[in-house]
Design a protein around this ligand. Structure first.
Ligand code: PLP
Length: 365
C-alpha cells in the first residue's frame, strides 16, 4: 500500500532530517549507521515477538529465541559467567530495572545505594519498586564517593549497590573492588551488586589495561545497551544475572506456554536478530577494532581541542570527553548533551576524525 503524496512528503522530510542529524551526532552514546544492519530489512515483514523466557520455548512461533540464546551466550562468555540467565531487553533502563527487581525480591528490606552521577533510570526504578534508597555523593571525576558510601551504609540491612561502569555524563567507572572491601570492612554479608554497564560493557572487555568487570567478581547482575556501542538502529539491550537469583521471580503462564520472568511481556525479536548479526559479522576481533578505533579518535579529539585551547578532560578507559559548553547553536547542531557549564562528546564508532575537525573548527571560530 502506498501513502498519499502529502503523507509521503512528510516521511521524505523526516528521512532527510534524520540523515542530516546522523552526520553530526557527537553528543550521545548512540551510534550512527556503521552499515551493519541494512540487509536485515526483509525481516520487517514479520511480527517477531520473543514473548516469554528465552530459555524455554514459547507457543508463539514467530520468534528469534534461538538467536537470542546465542546472543546471551556471547555476552555470558564476555562477562565470564557459566550459570547465567538473562534476556534481550528494550534497553539499558529495562536491564537496570530488572537487576534491581531481582535485588528487591532477594532483599525486600535492603537499601539501594547509588551515586549522584548515576543514570536516572536507577532512581526511577527505586520509585517504581518503592525500594528504600540512599543517594551517595560523587567524586569530581564522577566516581562514587567511597568515603560517603562507607559512612552511609546501614550495617544492619542488606546493601544493594548500583555501580556505574561508565557514568553517562563523565564516563567514570566505580571501583567494584574498593566497594567490596568497604562491605567487607563493615562486615556486611548480605549484599547485591548490580553493574550498569550500558556503554562501557562493550568497551572495557576489549581494552588491554582496563578494570575487569565480570562475574568472577561477586556481582549479581549486569545491564548493557545494544543501541549504544553496537549501534542497533532499534533501542535494545542485554541483561545477565546469576541463574539462581531469577527463580525467586519466576511464574508459569499457560497462555504463552512459557515462564514469565522478564519485565516486558511481548519482546522485540527484531533487535535480537540485529544483535546476533552484529556479533557474527564483527566477531570479537571486529569489536576490538571498533573499540581501539574509538579510543584513537578520542585521543585525537582531545589533542585537537587542546590545540585550540578549548578546556576538556576525560576519565581513563573512556571515550567520553568533557568540554566547556559551546554556544547553543553548536550544542544543537552536534546534538550535545549538557550539564551546567559542561557538555560532552561521546566518540562512538561512527565518529570520524573529519567530524572532529569540522566540530573543532566551528568551535574555535
Ligand atoms: C544510556 C544509559 C542507560 C540507559 O540506557 P537506555 O538504553 O537509554 O535505557 C543507563 N545507564 C547508563 C550509564 C547509560 O549511559
Amino acid at each position: 500500500m502506498k501513502l498519499n503524496p502529502i503523507d509521503a512528503e512528510v516521511l521524505d522530510k523526516l528521512y532527510i532530517k534524520l540523515e542530516s542529524s546522523s552526520k553530526h551526532l557527537l553528543g550521545y552514546p548512540c551510534c550512527g549507521s556503521i552499515g551493519l544492519y541494512e540487509d536485515l530489512a526483509r525481516f520487517l515483514k514479520f511480527t517477531i515477538n520473543n514473548v516469554g523466557d528465552p530459555f524455554m520455548k514459547s507457543n508463539y512461533l514467530l520468534n528469534s529465541m534461538d538467536l537470542e540464546l546465542e546472543v546471551l551466550r556471547f555476552f555470558a562468555s564476555l562477562f565470564k559467567i557459566n550459570d547465567y540467565w538473562g534476556y534481550v531487553t528494550n534497553g539499558g533502563t529495562e536491564g537496570n530495572m530488572f537487576g534491581l527487581y531481582l535485588a528487591r525480591e532477594k532483599f525486600p528490606e535492603g537499601i539501594v545505594y547509588y551515586s549522584e552521577d548515576t543514570h536516572y533510570s536507577i532512581r526511577k526504578t527505586t520509585k517504581i519498586l518503592r525500594f528504600d534508597n540512599c543517594l551517595i555523593s560523587s567524586l569530581r571525576n564522577g566516581e562514587i564517593n567511597y568515603d560517603d558510601l562507607k559512612s552511609k551504609l546501614v550495617v544492619s540491612k542488606p546493601a544493594v549497590l548500583n555501580l556505574n561502569i561508565g557514568t553517562t555524563m563523565k564516563g567514570a567507572i566505580d571501583n567494584v573492588e574498593k566497594v567490596l572491601s568497604i562491605l567487607d570492612e563493615l562486615k556486611i554479608r548480605d549484599y547485591y551488586i548490580h553493574c550498569d554497564t550500558a556503554l562501557f560493557g562493550m568497551i572495557l572487555p576489549f581494552l588491554k589495561e582496563s578494570p575487569k568487570i565480570d562475574f568472577d567478581l561477586p556481582i549479581n547482575s549486569l545491564a548493557i545497551s545494544g543501541h549504544k556501542f553496537l549501534g542497533s538502529p532499534i533501542p535494545c539491550g542485554v541483561v545477565l544475572c546469576r541463574k539462581n537469583v531469577v527463580d525467586c521471580i519466576r511464574s508459569d503462564v499457560e497462555y504463552i506456554g512459557s515462564s514469565d520472568a522478564t519485565i516486558s511481556g511481548s519482546r522485540d525479536g527484531f533487535s535480537v536478530i540485529i544483535l546476533w548479526s552484529a556479533i557474527k559479522k564483527l566477531g570479537l576481533d571486529g569489536i576490538k577494532q571498533l573499540v581501539e578505533n574509538c579510543m584513537a579518535v578520542t585521543e585525537y579529539a582531545e589533542k585537537k581541542l587542546k590545540s585550540v585551547s578549548w578546556p576538556c578532560w576525560k576519565n581513563d578507559h573512556s571515550n567520553i570527553l568533557i568540554i566547556n559548553k559551546p554556544k547553543q547553536e553548536l550544542v544543537r547542531k552536534w546534538s550535545l548533551a549538557t550539564q551546567g557549564s559542561f557538555a560532552h562528546l561521546v566518540i562512538m564508532p561512527h565518529v570520524t576524525r573529519q567530524m572532529i575537525d569540522e566540530f573543532v573548527s566551528e568551535l574555535s571560530q
